[in-house]
Each structure stands twice: as structure tokens, then as C-alpha cells.
Design a protein around this ligand. Structure first.
Ligand code: FCB
Length: 448
């Protein structure tokens, strides 16, 4: 069945040969089967069990049951014609206690997954940390503890020893900014701590872990290495000097704190930055060359000066004039174009090729009477964002890939099962997968 577009009237432009089209997922959001293969507990197992943390009271215990249904999910991925599949490896499957030798049974699963992808003609792109820290490491302080960086490098080494010959692109961390702010700053994600700007050590230790992991991966694997950062172009609301200062502060925190040091510039002057945790030599470790910068983009952020007495040096304000997703996030493809241009302008020669490692939207998709899932809003969303990438390439920004978040509807962290991001609809009680019309649209785009 071919998608007959009701929204896209202008044909999509051609992309350079070799452009990497992909889809993304993460372990805790899809795997389920948290009790098999000798997997240990993660901070999300703990957090999801605390009353009131997850809007629908669910956990990732079953999620999409991908651990058992991975062959079907590989077939769905291959059916799209994508050249790459980005998944994450659950650290608690590889090192159930967060340290010590590899748990072979845990790695066996990823071994089968990687081989299955390769047999289907899809490049495996593996993220090492997509927020599911082994609980014993959190008990020792989590990313507030400098030792977690060393543990992360050890885990990277064990994983690359097994999969390094076949994973085509390694991604060390997923969105360290989001993990720091939601997990340790305001506590809406695991591990649920509320330290506000005292969470800066989490930034530094994640970046240090990234740098140490890059070295470990290089020693075991000739594949490319990346990090996936979340970016959000700042839209200053208001025009006072205080608004300008606030917008600059938020931009430094969200868009520069995790990129300046990676690309050899050291830390920017960002709220909460604490030089005391940075030791001699750390910045060199963090600035180890990477092959690709992963960019996750969802929406821009409106910022103005804070009210007097606010604990934050900025205030976030909803942006008017955009359509909105089921998450109430503004749909702003121009923000992606802007952000790619901004990265290019900011970092110039220091900027490696960019791959958009997440881009997507949540809508309340429901099957119709015939069981089909029609999601024209998602098609419009992706159409706009793909065009934004094309424009950026035309303007000279080195973008070499685009991954849709996500292959499947899945367990969306604190939102539980209430937000559907997939190209494929999942009926959770039966685990039945139904490709949506956006799946067909994306497949047809790639075919062309
Ligand atoms: C990103 C996360 C991903 C998913 C999407 C919607 O911040 O990396 O796991 O939750 O948002």
C-alpha cells in the first residue's frame, strides 16, 4: 500500500548518495523482559515503582517485549528500507551489578540483534547509555560520583570486546543534558533527585565517562564513535537586557555545556558550572575526537527573564503560533534548520559531520475500524523536519544522517504508555504491531 498524501504537495528533495536514514529506540523503553538473562536492576526499575512517578503507574517490565520479539522488529526495520537502526544496550544486562566481568547471557541478546540487523542489510548503531544506570551504581552516588565515569569506560570496553567488530557506529551517551536536568536537577526522571544547579557534577562526570569510553571503544573497534546530544534553539521572549541575559544563560546550559568541552573549547560560562569538580587532564579526555555529532531535536524553547526571587536565572515560556503535538511540544521544523546552522557557525572546523539521531512526535494514534492507523500529523511533522535538514545541507552544514524517533510506540519514561512516537503502532495488551501510514510514507521517501 502506498501512502496517498493529503499534506505533502511539494515533492521532497533528493538527498546526497550515502545519506544514512534510520530509526531509533532505547532499551528500557522497548525491551521488557527485565528479569531474564541475569539482568540486574536499573534506576528506572526503582523509579517507576515509586508511587506517583509515572503518570499511568506503569513500568518498563514488559514495554514492547522487544527482548522476545526482536526478530519481528528487525523485519519491520528492514521493511522500511532504512540503512541503520539505532538501539541502546542495557548496561544492567551487561554488568548486572554495574561493575565486574561481562554477563555473557546479557551480551548474547545484543549479539543476536546485531547479527539479525546485518543479515537484514541494516547497520547496527548502538548507544551505550540511554539513562538506565545499574541501580548499584546509583546507590554509590550515580553520576554525582566520579567513579561512575570509570565504570562506564569499563562497560564500554566489555561491550566493544564482544560487538566491536559489527556495530557500525557507537554512541556513548544519550542526551546527557536531559539526564542531568530531569534526573538530578528537578527529579521528574530517574533517579529522581532535586539538586537544581548542584547537579553540575553529573554533567562533568558524564562527559568524562564519554571521553574515557571513546578511548576504550577506539582500543577495541575501528567503527565510528559519536555522542547524541539534545539541542533546542532558544527563542528569546521579551526584549529587555534581562531577557537577553536569561536567553544566553539557558542557551549555554542546554546547547553549549555538553558541546563546547567535547569540541575542545572547555566549559562555557553556564549556570551551575563548578570548576572544583574538573581535574587536571579531564578536558583533554573529554575532547577526544569523535567522528559524528548526534543531534536529537524536538522543539525550540521560549525563554525570558525570571521573576524576582526565582531559583532559576531564566523562565521558560510556551511559544505561541505553532501547531502542537500530544506532548504539547511546538511543531517547529524551522528550529531544526536554525539549530543546525547555529552548530555550524559556532564550531566551524571543529564540528564533525552531524547525524540527526532523534526526530519525531507523539500523537494519540488509534486504529480505525479496519485496523489501520492513519497519522497524517506525523507525516507532516517528518516532512517538515526532513526538508529542514535538506535546507541545512544546502547551506553547507555537514549533515549525513536522519533517524526517526521512534520505530515503535513505546514506554515514554514518566509518561508511561500515554505517548505514542512510533512509525509502528503497538497494541500493548496483545503486543500486536501495526505499521502506521507514516511508516509507508517514510519507506517511500527512502525508496526514492
Ligand atoms: C528523547 C529521548 C527518547 C524519547 C524522546 C521522546 O529526549 O532520548 O528516549 O524519550 O525524547
Amino acid at each position: 500500500m502506498s501512502w496517498e498524501g493529503e499534506l505533502t504537495t511539494v515533492p521532497l528533495p533528493d538527498f546526497p548518495a550515502g545519506f544514512r536514514w534510520g530509526v531509533s529506540t532505547s532499551a528500557y523503553q522497548i525491551e521488557g523482559a527485565t528479569g531474564v538473562d541475569g539482568r540486574g536492576p536499573s534506576i528506572w526499575d526503582t523509579f517507576a515503582r515509586e508511587p506517583g512517578r509515572i503518570v499511568d503507574g506503569s513500568t518498563g517490565d514488559e514495554a514492547c517485549d522487544h527482548r522476545h520479539r526482536y526478530a519481528e522488529d528487525i523485519a519491520l526495520t528492514a521493511g522500511l528500507g532504512v540503512s541503520a537502526y539505532r538501539f541502546s544496550i542495557a548496561w544492567p544486562r551487561v554488568q548486572p551489578g554495574g561493575a565486574g566481568p561481562a554477563n555473557a547471557a546479557g551480551l548474547d541478546f545484543y549479539d543476536r540483534l546485531v547479527d539479525g540487523l546485518l543479515a537484514a542489510g541494516v547497520d547496527p548503531v548502538a548507544t551505550l547509555f540511554h539513562w538506565d544506570l545499574p541501580q548499584p551504581l546509583e546507590d554509590a552516588g550515580g553520576w554525582l560520583n566520579r567513579d561512575t565515569a570509570a565504570r562506564f569506560a569499563e562497560y564500554a570496553d566489555l561491550t566493544a570486546a564482544r560487538l566491536g567488530d559489527r556495530v557500525k557506529l557507537w554512541i556513548t551517551l544519550n542526551e546527557p543534558f536531559i539526564h542531568m536536568t530531569l534526573g538530578y536537577g528537578i527529579g521528574t526522571h530517574a533517579p529522581g533527585r532535586m539538586l537544581l544547579f548542584d547537579s553540575f557534577p553529573v554533567a562533568h562526570h558524564q562527559l568524562l565517562g564519554h571521553g574515557l569510553a571513546v578511548a576504550a571503544l577506539r582500543a577495541r573497534s575501528t567503527s565510528e564513535v559519536a555522542i547524541a546530544n539534545n539541542y533546542s534553539p532558544v527563542r528569546q521572549v521579551g526584549d529587555t537586557d534581562a531577557d537577553r541575559v536569561a536567553a544566553r544563560a539557558y542557551d549555554a546550559l542546554h546547547n553549549r555545556l555538553f558541546t563546547d568541552p567535547l569540541l575542545g573549547r572547555g566549559y562555557p560560562d553556564a549556570p551551575g558550572f563548578d570548576p572544583a569538580v574538573v581535574r587536571d587532564g579531564d578536558l583533554d579526555v573529554i575532547a577526544a575526537p569523535i567522528d559524528v555529532l548526534g543531534v536529537n531535536y524536538y522543539n525550540p524553547t521560549g525563554i525570558r527573564a525570571p521573576e524576582e526571587g526565582s531559583p532559576l536565572p531564566f523562565e521558560m515560556v510556551p511559544l505561541d503560533g505553532y501547531p502542537r503535538t500530544a506532548f504539547d511540544w511546538p511543531v517547529a521544523p524551522d528550529g531544526l534548520r536554525e539549530l543546525l546552522g547555529q552548530l555550524h557557525d559556532r564550531y566551524r572546523d571543529a564540528l564533525p559531520p552531524i547525524q540527526v539521531t532523534e526526530s519525531g512526535c507523539a500523537y494519540d494514534d488509534v486504529p480505525d475500524a479496519d485496523g489501520r492507523v492513519h497519522d497524517p500529523e506525523r507525516i507532516a511533522y517528518l516532512d517538515g523536519h526532513v526538508r529542514a535538514v535538506h535546507e541545512a545541507i544546502g547551506a553547507g552544514v555537514p549533515v549525513t544522517g536522519y533517524f526517526v524517533w521512534s520505530l515503535l510506540d513505546n514506554w515514554e519514561w514518566a509518561e508511561g504508555f500515554t505517548k505514542r512516537f512510533g512509525l509502528v503502532h503497538v497494541d500493548y495488551p496483545t503486543q500486536r504491531r501495526t505499521p502506521k501510514s507514516s511508516y509507508t510514507w517514510f519507506r517511500d521517501l527512502i525508496r526514492r
